[in-house]
Design a protein around this ligand. Structure first.
Ligand code: NAP
Length: 446
């Protein structure tokens, strides 16, 4: 049996009609995994890659709820249970108007490799809804979350499937979802992660994805015997990942020049300070306002409708959403001297952009490695819930740093090329794949 890349991609395309994001994610992995599978007959003959690209189960459900005017609204809910070979399904919930099956399958597929790379016993899943919390009252968000969980509860559980947050699902939404699960099941268990620290959440979970991203960047810079001090950083997004990535950069002496939301980006040439970042946190997490208000407050530029990639920098951190950095953006970044791109978001760089980075020997750290810190600390939250115990901030942060260092080592192990260049994409794909493939082989035809 010989696996040709072209035939494999063609079969994925035909089986998943119109699912462009899913096809993009699978194609990116196939690029580096198929040559590896070909060299290893035990994987080739058992169709491991074909099996990994097929979800174990997909649940789609109706979510009816009443808005503040007393009118009926109907949304669609999803949970993609992708792979349980190394642990219960684990992955976030996304509430955004762009959510559809393709987006969630791409995220669940990426999650397989990411969770495997953390070294923790977590399978992969992803879910969410086309519900958009933007502009909704707290009461409406609560009603939606309660209706969503009224169906989801029968498919999840502390040893079955443990969702967490993602775009549009933060502390508030996790609270409402957890409350409803507890009312229906009558049990207080670690069924969700990202919980408040007073009710079963882990220290450092809010910070984990952003901090972990920067710990990973530190490992990359160490290869050049450099640190983050005085580095110019361009960040997209102003949500959970962007906020804590910015915080760690500032703490380590780097200069954060930009942040953004879907309206545009702010450019603060003097650098965002911790005090200014606190303004953004309050603006986004409490007032649910727009990033433009930062420009009004601190008298700096707001560039409407654009992405921040045109600003010269050493390091770029796409932290908003998928396909937010394209080939033209990549060329501008490289021309302006950017030599490291690390993805806080999932699949923010298009395949054409990644090709530009590789051609120019720019360090490119894919999300499945660089943003794995969030799910890693979610895994630590599960451990603490099982132990009925809480670890200190320092302890969790130290564990997070250790995990990010280990992921970096795995990427170097599998991604180092003959000329010494480290292909992080290849390293993360193969490093994540091997553990899953071995587990699936050991478990029979699963
Ligand atoms: P979040 O708190 O909801 O923030 C998302 C940010 O991205 C907001 O600033 C949002 O702006 C912007 N954004 C979203 N969709 C956009 C679009 N279509 N165009 C432009 N900007 C857009 O979400 P998050 O948790 O930070 O997640 C950001 C990314 O990180 C996602 O790709 C997510 O999958 C990934 N990630 C998150 C975690 C985690 O622990 N949270 C872990 C791993 C990976 P608006 O407010 O204007 O929409």
């Amino acid at each position: 049996m010989d696996l040709s890349k072209k035939e494999f991609i063609e079969s994925i395309k035909n089986r998943n009609i119109g699912e462009t994001e899913f096809l993009q994610a699978v194609s990116e992995v196939a690029e580096t995994i198929i040559p590896y599978v070909k060299e290893n007959p035990k994987y080739r003959n058992t169709k491991i890659l074909e099996r990994i690209a097929e979800p174990e189960r997909v649940i789609i459900f109706r979510v009816p709820w009443l808005n503040d005017k007393g009118e009926v609204e109907v949304n669609r809910g999803f949970r993609v249970q992708m792979n349980s070979s190394i642990g219960p399904y684990k992955g976030g919930l996304r509430f955004h108007k762009s959510v559809n099956l393709s987006v969630l399958k791409f995220l669940a597929f990426e999650q397989i490799f990411k969770n495997s790379l953390t070294g923790l016993p977590m399978g992969a899943g992803k879910g969410g809804s086309d519900f958009d919390p933007k502009g909704k009252s707290d009461n409406e968000v609560m009603k939606f979350c309660q209706s969503f969980m009224t169906e989801l509860y029968r498919h999840v559980g502390a040893d079955i499937d443990i969702p967490a947050g993602d775009i549009g699902v933060g502390n508030r939404e996790i609270g409402y979802l957890f409350g409803q699960y507890k009312r229906i099941k009558g049990e207080f268990t670690g069924v969700l992660t990202g919980k408040g620290s007073e009710w079963g959440g882990s220290q450092i979970r809010p910070e984990a994805t952003g901090y972990g991203l920067i710990y990973f960047v530190e490992e990359i810079l160490k290869l050049k015997k450099e640190s983050l001090k005085h580095k110019k950083i361009v960040i997209s997004g102003a949500g959970n990942v962007a906020q804590f990535a910015a915080e760690k950069c500032i703490e380590l002496g780097a200069q954060v020049l930009t942040m953004s939301d879907s309206d545009g980006y702010i450019y603060d040439a003097e650098g965002i300070t911790i005090e200014k970042l606190n303004f953004i946190k309050k603006l986004k997490n409490q007032n649910r306002g727009r990033i433009q208000e930062y420009a009004n407050e601190y008298n700096c530029a707001f560039v409407e409708g654009k992405k921040p990639w045109e600003i010269a920098c050493d390091i770029a951190l796409p932290n908003a959403t998928q396909n937010e950095l394209n080939e033209a953006d990549a060329k501008v970044l490289v021309k302006n001297g950017c030599y490291c791109i690390a993805e806080g978001a999932n699949m923010p760089c298009t395949p054409e952009a990644i090709a530009v980075f590789n051609q120019n020997k720019v360090f490119y750290a894919p999300g499945k490695a660089a943003n794995a810190g969030g799910v890693a600390v979610s895994g630590l939250e599960m451990s603490q819930n099982s132990l009925r115990y809480t670890w200190s901030r320092e302890k969790v942060d130290k564990k997070l740093k250790g995990i990010m260092k280990d992921i970096h080592k795995v990427c170097v192990k599998y991604g180092k090329e003959e000329n010494g260049f480290i292909n992080y994409e290849k390293g993360a794909n193969i490093g994540g794949f091997v553990k899953i493939a071995e587990a699936m082989l050991a478990q029979g035809l699963v």
